[in-house]
Design a protein around this ligand. Structure first.
Ligand code: ATP
Length: 262
C-alpha cells in the first residue's frame, strides 16, 4: 500500500507537473529511450523501476536537460516564476587528494556569490550545518569528500538536495549505500517533500520501499515505458516477471556483424 498523502503545509509552493511527448534518446548506435509519452502529476512521489540498464538514469538525465534527446519535455510550474530543482545523482567520485571538505562541497552546491577560497559566509555555513545535521553528517563537515565512506557520501548528496528547499526533486537510487539509520533519514526526507508538495521523481530498486512510500510507479524495460500504476501493482508476481524477465539492454541500431564465410 502507498503511504497516505499528508495534507500540504501552509505557504509551500507545490512542485511542477512533468510531461514527455515522443521522447527518444540515442547515444552512438544505442537507442537508450524510445517513444516515451509519460506524465508525472504535480506534487506526487513517482518511482521509476526496471532492470539494470533499462534507461532509468538516462531518463532522469534527459528530464534534467543533460542528454541530446528528441521530442518534447514540459514542466508545468504552478507559479509564473520557476522554482527550485534538486538532483541527487547515483554517485559522485571524489579524488582523495583533492582538498575539498564536505562543507566546501556544500558551499559549491549553494553557489554562494564569492570564490570558495575566501571562505564561507557565516550565514551560509549555518545553513550548510543545518542541512548536514538533517542527514547526521554535521560532525563530518570538515572531512575531505574523498575520505568519506560510500554511505556518508550518499548522505552528503542528500544534504545538498535540501539547500535551498526544492519543489522538484530527482533522486537516482538514493538508498543504495545507506545503512538502516540512513534509510530512516531518507524516509523522513521523503515525508518532508510530501508535506511540502514537492514533485519527486525517484529511481529505486528496492520494490518494497517503493510499494510503501511512492504514490505512483512507472516501469521501464529496454528503454520503453512498460506501465504506470499504483505501487500496490508491485505485489503482482506476473507483472514483476514480465518486467524483470526481459534482458535489460536497450536496442543497438547497428546490424549484427555477419559471420565470415569459412
Ligand atoms: N554515454 C553513453 N553512451 C552509450 N550508452 C550509454 C551511455 N550512457 C548510458 N548508456 C547505456 O544506456 C543504457 C541505460 O543506462 P542507464 O544508466 O540509464 O540504466 P539504468 O536503468 O539506470 O541502470 P541501473 O539500474 O543499472 O542503474 C545502458 O545500456 C548503458 O550502457
Amino acid at each position: 500500500m502507498s503511504a497516505a498523502p499528508a495534507s500540504p503545509g501552509p505557504g509551500f509552493i507545490p512542485g511542477p507537473a512533468l510531461r514527455l511527448q515522443g521522447v527518444n534518446l540515442q547515444l552512438g548506435a544505442t537507442r537508450i529511450l524510445q517513444d516515451m509519452d509519460w506524465q508525472v502529476n504535480a506534487g506526487e512521489i513517482h518511482a521509476l523501476v526496471g532492470p539494470n540498464g533499462c534507461g532509468k538514469s538516462s531518463l532522469m538525465k534527459t528530464v534534467l536537460g543533460m542528454m541530446p534527446h528528441t521530442g518534447q519535455i514540459t514542466l508545468h510550474w504552478p507559479l509564473p516564476a520557476p522554482g527550485v530543482l534538486a538532483y541527487v545523482p547515483q554517485a559522485i567520485e571524489a579524488d582523495r587528494t583533492l582538498p575539498m571538505t564536505v562543507q566546501d562541497f556544500m558551499g559549491c552546491m549553494l553557489q554562494q556569490q564569492r570564490p570558495l577560497y575566501l571562505g564561507l559566509r557565516r550565514a551560509v555555513r549555518e545553513r550548510i550545518l543545518q542541512g548536514l545535521e538533517r542527514v547526521g553528517m554535521a560532525h563530518k563537515a570538515s572531512r575531505r569528500m574523498g575520505d568519506l565512506s560510500g554511505g556518508e557520501r550518499q548522505r552528503v548528496l542528500l544534504a545538498q538536495s535540501l539547500l535551498p528547499p526544492a519543489q522538484f526533486v530527482l533522486l537516482d537510487e538514493p538508498m543504495a549505500a545507506l545503512d538502516r539509520a540512513g534509510m530512516q533519514v531518507f524516509e523522513s526526507l521523503l515525508a518532508q517533500w510530501r508535506q511540502s508538495r514537492a514533485t519527486v521523481l525517484w529511481v529505486e530498486h528496492d520494490l518494497a520501499a517503493v510499494r510503501r512510500l511512492a504514490d505512483r510507479v512507472t516501469a521501464l524495460s529496454r528503454g520503453r515505458l512498460l506501465w504506470t500504476r499504483e505501487p500496490a501493482a508491485l505485489g503482482d508476481a506476473d507483472m514483476l516477471l514480465q518486467l524483470f524477465a526481459h534482458t535489460a539492454s536497450p536496442e543497438n541500431t547497428r546490424p549484427e556483424p555477419q559471420q565470415e564465410a569459412a
